[in-house]
Design a protein around this ligand. Structure first.
Ligand code: FES
Length: 188
């Protein structure tokens, strides 16, 4: 996915595909017309996905305009939920829970192992733009602590071996996708 070319004069309908707008509209329709705020989360998810996995202030403004809510209401949602990124992130954002249960069961070790393996600190992205490490609040999987979430999947009861396996699965995916791209380019 590529960054959207945002222009202050553009509106959400000009930034997104018809399908993406339909998806946002389907969320809007789930609520009575006077309840304008509940679809904010869904709209931000759609926009983020179309903008290379992060949000900009201008995009949040466009969402606010489309939903007819104050800009600050959108900003509050975007900054409250850790699934939203306000800076450029890697293709795979590894979100490690460091809330109480995960901390008690070794979240620090998980973070340390990831940092060593990827050679970046929490909040950073690898030079190749593939991985970002983040720490997040409780993801409601405390029974499986310590845990992390990456690519919309939860991984629980983490050990160093388990983390290594997750990273090699992602690396295999990346390899397969770059081979696919090479093949497509060669056939052009
Ligand atoms: S404390 Fe980590 S999932 Fe709840």
């Amino acid at each position: 996915m590529t960054d959207l070319n945002y222009d202050q004069t553009l509106h959400l309908k000009q930034l997104l595909s018809d399908k993406a707008i339909e998806e946002i509209d389907s969320w809007i329709k789930k609520y009575p017309a006077e309840r304008k705020r509940p679809p904010i989360i869904a709209a931000l998810k759609v926009v983020q996905e179309h903008n290379g996995s992060y949000l900009t202030d201008e995009l949040m403004q466009a969402v606010a305009e489309y939903l007819d809510v104050p800009h600050v209401a959108v900003y509050e949602v975007a900054t409250f939920y850790t699934m939203f990124h306000l800076d450029k992130v890697g293709k795979h954002v590894i979100s490690v829970c460091n809330n109480i249960s995960c901390s008690l069961r070794g979240a620090d070790k998980v973070i340390e192992h990831l940092q060593n393996r990827l050679n970046i600190k929490v909040g950073e992205t690898t030079n190749d733009g593939v991985y970002t490490i983040k720490t997040v609040e409780c993801l409601a999987a405390c029974g499986g602590a310590p845990m992390l979430e990456v690519d919309k999947q939860y991984h629980e009861n983490l050990t160093e071996d388990r983390i290594d396996q997750i990273l090699s699965d992602i690396a295999a995916l990346e390899m397969a996708s770059s081979k696919k791209t090479d093949k497509a380019e060669a056939s052009e």
